[in-house]
Ligand binder design. Sequence first.
Ligand SMILES: Cc1cc2nc3c(=O)[nH]c(=O)nc-3n(C[C@H](O)[C@H](O)[C@H](O)COP(=O)(O)OP(=O)(O)OC[C@H]3O[C@@H](n4cnc5c(N)ncnc54)[C@H](O)[C@@H]3O)c2cc1C
Length: 464
Amino acid sequence: MSAGEEHATFVVIGGGIAGVSCAEMLPFHSSDEKVILITASSLIKAVTNVVPYTKMLFDFDVEEKAAETLSDKHPNVSIIHDTVIKLDAMNHRVFTENGACVSYKKLCICTGGRPKLITEGNKFVIGIRDVDSVKDLQRRIQKARRVVVVGNGGIATEVVYEIEGVEMVWAIKDKHISAPYIDPGAAQFLLSRLDEGKGDAKAPCKRMKYTVSSEQHAGKGAALGPDWHANYDMEGSFVRQRAVTVEYNTEVTAVREGDAEWPVYVELNNGKVYGCDFVISATGVTPNVAALVQGNSLEVSADGGLAVDERLETSAPDVFAAGDACTAAWEAAPHWFQMRLWRQAWQMGAYAAKTMSASLASEPVVQDFCFELFSHVTRFFGLKVVLLGLYNGQRLQGQYEVLLRVTPREEYVKLVVREGRLQGAVLVGETDLEEMCENLILNQIDITGIDILDPRVDIEDYFD
Ligand SMILES: Cc1cc2nc3c(=O)[nH]c(=O)nc-3n(C[C@H](O)[C@H](O)[C@H](O)COP(=O)(O)OP(=O)(O)OC[C@H]3O[C@@H](n4cnc5c(N)ncnc54)[C@H](O)[C@@H]3O)c2cc1C
């Protein structure tokens, strides 16, 4: 170690959910070892009030806090507010924008992602990632007449529902809305809610929520989390009724300069052209790892994430990665797959702490149970949506049947069954079926002949 160089056994890069859960858990596994968290953001993300809901689903709050609260709680953890600009994996060192050099025994890269924009460098095209970008959106909405939203994932779905008072065009490349999450039936079910407006939107939120401190953001913030919009008024004043036009099966071919009528025009490959005040590009994220990959033999997956094995270790020895920055490259359990979600970032961060400590002690490690079952809770159009396992028949190559129960405006239940065994579930509304579905997917019990969607059937009676 040269003069001016800092050293820690464990170095974690990134103050988002993944980095913070990793830094918090490292002292738990290796209580005597020094940890340094390097983060470009002034605030860090912390998980609080965790309430188990089923074995795999949790309720929790996400808070943005001063990074120093982490070192107050864990004296072995120190924070460096800086941006890592270079990794020298061979010599176990990282270099920062402000000229610091930090050496490590084990490193975890948790640098998250950045929005994939349909076009770069156009001031009328914005992405949503952190608090600053939401504030920008809020400011623009107030003066807008029409907005074009491009993308069909969770963020686009939330944005379309949350923004009111402006005309909206929602351009999606699929045949139905929210395709990564739901099937056409559920999409139809949810669409009927879109025209109704938010109604009692100020009702208390009983699920995980996201709290933002009043401290200033440095513009390099971590990704937002669940219910991010709860703190922001997303209302324009141009139209009274919700006015959303969905353009299906289409992609943007060009974003054209505006004129006296509209600041910008969007051309779609179905031949339509929409003038608008600005475009929200919600077309996914690109893992934020380019600077760290340069000059190192780090394997990068096709989606741009750092390829990690079942211990979350990259192809470079002693370099681990977690959260949006990584791509799960191990052979996944039958009912789990990666999606760049808040919960997975949290679980991966905590699990990386375990595997980094085990690696230091040259001990084996058993993969965490959370990688057995994909589970996600969110809210679309004001309704609770629970996704479990292979909820969209992923990997089943069409070889499955669907059990459906729909109560208009209240609930939509879709179960994916193959050879009498439950593989996945979409539960929209207050269905109270989460635990049963979770158990049936994990245990792979044969449910042939049992009408599990009949509310009078108590599944436990069959297995006592
Ligand atoms: C608008 C929005 C809504 C979302 N809604 C949901 C939802 O409802 N449910 C859900 O599950 N998920 C949601 N997500 C996704 C979820 O927020 C992310 O998957 C998750 O936060 C990723 O966490 P992370 O720690 O991997 O990355 P991030 O939260 O992006 O954190 C990355 C951290 O690394 C720091 N950093 C980056 N580069 C460097 C560097 N070179 N040096 C030092 N520090 C660096 C950043 O400052 C930041 O602190 C949403 C995301 C967005 C943007």
